[in-house]
Design a protein around this ligand. Structure first.
Ligand SMILES: Nc1ncnc2c1ncn2[C@@H]1O[C@H](COP(=O)(O)OP(=O)(O)O)[C@@H](O)[C@H]1O
Ligand SMILES: [Mg+2]
Length: 293
């Protein structure tokens, strides 16, 4: 244990640590302030997919901008892998997909990712290979030499993911990566996030579409008006240890009554009998899954 922790000091620190984070925006002339982030404490362990959830305006993007050092906090602090977030070394280990990415529409996907790769400090040698590699990973190999202006919303998000991951950062921060993307595109993006997790990356992802990312997050935090209202592992939050659901092939009514009686004889009650529903997005994907967004 001690030998292992001595060998891996950076991952001993959480990927993200927010402590007492506050952000007030001045709005109006009379010094009126809006508290967008309200005393937020949050820890994201390395290697997790962490969902920062909440309705529009709950402070998700502001929290991320504070973490990236794009905004100054009014109080509190943020650390990335144990380093204050305003240190250049801390930011080198981060890839960021902004909420409404503004990309240079006249560049091709390949040119755009190459530009960000150079900004991320990648050397010339091996640059073209790395750029081609990430474009392939996000499924844009064929469209790499098309102008970004011709991309669909799903493709724009994927080229955004490519630029975020091209310098191989340990932490990826994705602000609403599936917003406005159709189910096929969203499925491609969630698959990609799981691939990143399998490589040991930490992914901090925001969403106001809770159902879409529930399946891929290890833990979630729910914000409301800048405050943390709920935090925990997804199974702990959604599971009910005091109930069990069994799914069986359709039972004839007689057997259902026998089952009810069998349970009653043991002092238990059959609370509900339902016909399970497939999720609509699953049905959609089963029928159109072959098409690219
Ligand atoms: N630059 C800004 N100036 C003033 N108010 C802002 C600014 N950025 C965000 N806000 C406000 O802060 C609150 C949180 O916004 P935001 O972090 O974008 O929420 P979310 O990403 O959860 O939708 C909102 O009320 C928003 O209007
Ligand atoms: Mg936002």
């Amino acid at each position: 244990m001690s030998a292992r922790s001595a060998a891996t000091p950076p991952s001993a620190s959480p990927a993200v640590a927010l402590r007492g984070l506050v952000k007030d925006f001045s709005i109006g002339l009379r010094g009126v302030k809006l508290r967008a982030v309200d005393h937020l404490d949050l820890t994201v362990a390395a290697g997790q997919v962490y969902g920062l959830l909440g309705p529009n305006g709950s402070g998700k993007s502001t929290t991320i901008k504070l973490l990236l050092g794009l905004l100054e906090p009014s109080a509190g602090s943020c650390q990335i892998f144990g380093l204050p977030c305003d240190r250049v070394e801390a930011r080198r280990d981060v890839g960021y997909l902004p909420e409404s990415p503004y990309f240079y529409r006249h560049l091709t996907g390949r040119e755009l990712v190459r530009f960000y790769a150079q900004m991320g400090g990648l050397r010339r040698a091996g640059l073209a290979v790395r750029v081609a590699e990430v474009l392939h990973v996000v499924g844009l190999a064929e469209a790499a030499d098309r102008r970004v202006g011709t991309y669909s919303k799903g493709m724009l998000q994927r080229v955004g993911l490519a630029q975020a991951m091209v310098h191989d950062p340990r932490l990826l921060i994705l602000d609403e990566p599936t917003a406005g993307v159709d189910p096929v595109g969203s499925a491609a993006i969630t698959e990609l996030i799981l691939k990143l997790k399998a490589q040991g990356k930490t992914v901090l992802i925001t969403s106001h579409l809770l159902g879409q990312i529930e399946d891929i997050c290890d833990r979630v935090a729910i914000l409301d008006r800048g405050r943390l209202v709920l935090e925990g592992s997804v199974p702990d939050l959604v599971g009910r240890a005091d109930r069990q659901a069994l799914v069986v092939e359709a039972l004839p009514p007689g057997e259902l009554e026998e089952l009810r009686a069998w349970l009653a004889a043991r002092g238990r009650k059959l609370e509900s009998v339902e016909t399970p529903r497939a999720r609509l997005d699953r049905i959609f994907l089963d029928h159109v899954g072959g098409k690219k967004p």
